[in-house]
Design a protein around this ligand. Structure first.
Ligand code: NAP
Length: 365
């Protein structure tokens, strides 16, 4: 395990911070609003590489960081950032007020909380601060833009899964480069990511990137309803058939709506349903080349159901259903059925479907 320094912050206001940052000539404080799986992992890695990071989140999450924030990954990386006040440390706070001295704020709340996060940031973010949405879904950056009309807001995309492995330990369980709007305002985050050896790719087609991620994320619902780790779920063809049907439906609607869908994996989006339909033995060989996933990883929708929190279903399957309505009389029966089952699971319903049971519930033969 490599170690950076770390430390603890109570209610929180640090005087004279801006001057310190300017004197150092670095990118200033990076605040993370919504310290959960993604916020802690990305924030922890940036801090360990020298950035000054303030994690803003719930006490139940932050209290676990007293001994430091440990971030591990699929490639054997294991880094500790201690709580502290200064470069290479992580400070913690429970109120968005703590973003008052941030040059950059990474928004990592779930989609339903984006509007609230934006309102809170509008009250405290200093002039010139940049906000970056590191969220799934296709609307979050626009929701932030509406709340922060005076600030530069960039869309970004996180391709990998992060799971909490224990108190203060977050694990990146799959791989991929972050994507971000190709914009000069992305420079501070690009620099911090470079320092942390976090791959990040500026893109001019972030809308297409976000739709591509959404199409991949249609599996979140299937994974949550299977009750299985991702690798075990995807190893079973009946679950993959459900995903292929959901993806075909979404891709067809995107095509009809003229929405481009970027290629995020070695396989173009329209070929992925065909790949999913292959027999288990063949899929094992090809699938491994397309995406590596830790055997214990699950979708964050499974985490949400497990913790009895609302899921992001309205921002994933819900977008496909909405698109079906917009492209004129279109229907999205597979995604609508999945959304219905997830809503039932949110209310305490089943989330232990076998692949065949799920396929039958989606009306697949
Ligand atoms: N987890 C993954 O592997 C993954 C991968 C790629 C993308 N994403 C996307 O990244 C985003 C974040 O996901 P996540 O899994 O990191 O979520 P998460 O673990 O639930 O973390 C978000 C945290 O923010 C807290 N929060 C919400 N509003 C807040 C506020 N105003 N002030 C302080 N804290 C606040 C939440 O607390 P409460 O729960 O109490 O509201 C929660 O602890 C989502 O859009 C998700 O789809 C996740």
């Amino acid at each position: 395990m490599t170690e950076a320094s770390a430390g603890r912050m109570p209610g929180y206001r640090r005087e004279g911070h801006d001057e310190t940052a300017r004197q150092r000539g670095d990118g200033g404080v990076i605040a993370v609003l919504g310290a959960g799986a993604i916020g802690c992992w990305v924030g922890g890695r940036l801090a360990a590489a020298g950035a000054e990071v303030t994690l803003i989140g719930r006490a139940r999450v932050l209290d676990e960081l007293a001994g430091g924030l440990r971030t591990t990954d699929l490639d054997g990386g294991d880094v500790l950032a201690r709580m502290g006040d200064g470069a290479r440390t992580v400070r913690i706070a429970t109120e968005p007020d703590a973003a008052r001295d941030a040059a950059l704020v990474l928004v990592t709340v779930k989609s339903a909380q984006t509007a609230g996060a934006g309102e809170a940031l509008a009250r405290v973010l200093p002039e010139g601060a940049i906000a970056v949405s590191l969220q799934n879904g296709v609307r979050n950056a626009d929701v932030l833009r509406a709340a922060l009309p005076e600030r530069r807001v960039l869309a970004a995309m996180v391709p990998f899964n992060v799971v909490r492995r224990g108190p203060g330990v977050y694990h990146r369980a799959s791989a991929g480069a972050l994507r971000i709007d190709d914009d000069p305002a992305a420079a501070p985050l690009l620099a911090a990511c470079r320092a942390a050896a976090l791959p990040i790719e500026p893109r001019r087609d972030m809308a297409a990137v976000q739709w591509a991620k959404l199409v991949l994320n249609l599996n979140n619902a299937i994974n949550a309803l299977s009750g299985l780790p991702l690798v075990a779920e995807l190893a079973q063809r009946p679950f993959r058939r459900c995903l292929a049907a959901a993806q075909r439906e979404a891709l067809e609607l995107c095509a009809r709506a003229g929405i481009p869908v970027a290629q995020l994996t070695p396989v173009p989006p329209r070929w992925i349903p065909r790949l999913l339909d292959t027999p288990d033995r063949l899929f094992r060989i090809i699938g491994r080349r397309v995406v590596a996933i830790d055997p214990a990883a699950r979708s964050s929708m499974w985490d949400d159901l497990e913790a009895k929190r609302p899921t992001e279903i309205d921002y994933l399957q819900g977008e496909v259903i909405d698109l079906a309505g917009r492209v004129g009389g279109g229907a999205a029966p597979v995604n609508a059925a999945l959304a219905g089952l997830v809503r039932a699971a949110e209310a305490g319903g089943r989330r232990d479907f076998s692949g065949d049971e799920l396929a039958a519930a989606l009306g697949l033969r």
